[in-house]
Design a binder for this molecule. Structure first.
Ligand SMILES: Nc1ncnc2c1ncn2[C@@H]1O[C@H](COP(=O)(O)OP(=O)(O)O)[C@@H](O)[C@H]1O
Ligand SMILES: [Mg+2]
Length: 239
């Protein structure tokens, strides 16, 4: 069997993400919570897309499915032409590490590590040498304007700086897909605007697709495409 290859598949199809009637239902205390209800969505290679919608509408659940952090209860999800249902958890973990970057509202940096070490960590997991991972981490931190903060720990950084470290960590390995779940939610509007600019810069530079969840319509409108979610469904006009 050939190894699933997001790059090869994407080149052939031009489509990075294809969701077909994807649903995710959680069982809570014997009740079904239908967080995502039969979504159809296509995202092209390198496309930038905002996902907006009220709290509880299923945005994070859908993003977790797209990021291979969770598995659909029904439907099909193809990532760069690869049917994700056929992948083992090991293959999914490898695709996630190599091809998908994540940025969350809370940065989830490791508090005992410096900015540079936080960015290096996933690259070491991926099998890069210490030297290569160091070079890539420094380049990524320079790209987000933090070359002067390499040795700082998260507690010694501002909120905006921490989010920039998280962005550097997400893109240092040049993923094909960057998933950002309310990345500006904890920031003041000027810092949030800067973080949005950075997300666009780093994804455009790498030809990566960007999917960003946001509450802020002002931010959503700055991306070329928006979809809205409501009660686990995408507004069909925008899918
Ligand atoms: N792990 C889970 N277990 C049970 N219910 C969940 C879980 N994750 C999300 N939900 C429920 O699914 C719905 C959608 O949640 P979520 O995707 O987090 O919405 P959003 O990100 O749009 O605020 C909510 O009703 C939420 O309570
Ligand atoms: Mg959410």
């Amino acid at each position: 069997m050939t190894e699933p290859d997001i790059h090869g598949g994407a080149r052939v199809a031009g489509l990075l993400i294809e969701l077909e009637q994807v649903a995710r239902t959680f069982q809570v205390a014997g009740e079904d919570v239908r967080a995502v209800r039969g979504i159809d969505l296509r995202v092209r290679v390198g496309e930038a897309l905002a996902i907006v919608g009220p709290s509880g509408s299923g945005k994070s659940t859908m993003m977790n499915l797209i990021g291979l952090l969770d598995t659909p209860s029904a439907g099909h999800y193809r990532l760069a032409g690869v049917d994700t249902q056929a992948l083992s958890s090991q293959e999914k973990a490898r695709l996630r590490n190599r091809d998908i970057g994540f940025v969350f509202q809370q940065c989830h940096l490791l508090p005992s590590l410096s900015a540079q070490q936080n960015v290096q960590m996933p690259l070491l997991y991926r099998g890069l040498t210490p030297r290569a991972s160091l070079d890539a981490a420094r380049a990524a931190l320079a790209a987000v304007g933090l070359e002067h903060r390499l040795s700082h720990r998260p507690s010694e950084l501002s909120g905006g700086e921490k989010q920039r470290v998280a962005i550097a960590r997400a893109v240092a390995g040049r993923p094909r897909l960057l998933l950002a779940d309310e990345p500006t939610g904890a920031l003041d509007s000027a810092t949030g605007a800067r973080v949005l600019d950075l997300l666009r810069e780093v994804t455009t530079a790498n030809g990566a697709a960007l999917l960003m969840i946001t509450h802020d319509m002002g931010i959503a409108r700055q991306l070329p495409r928006q979809i809205t979610m409501h009660d686990g469904c995408i507004n069909p006009l925008h899918a």
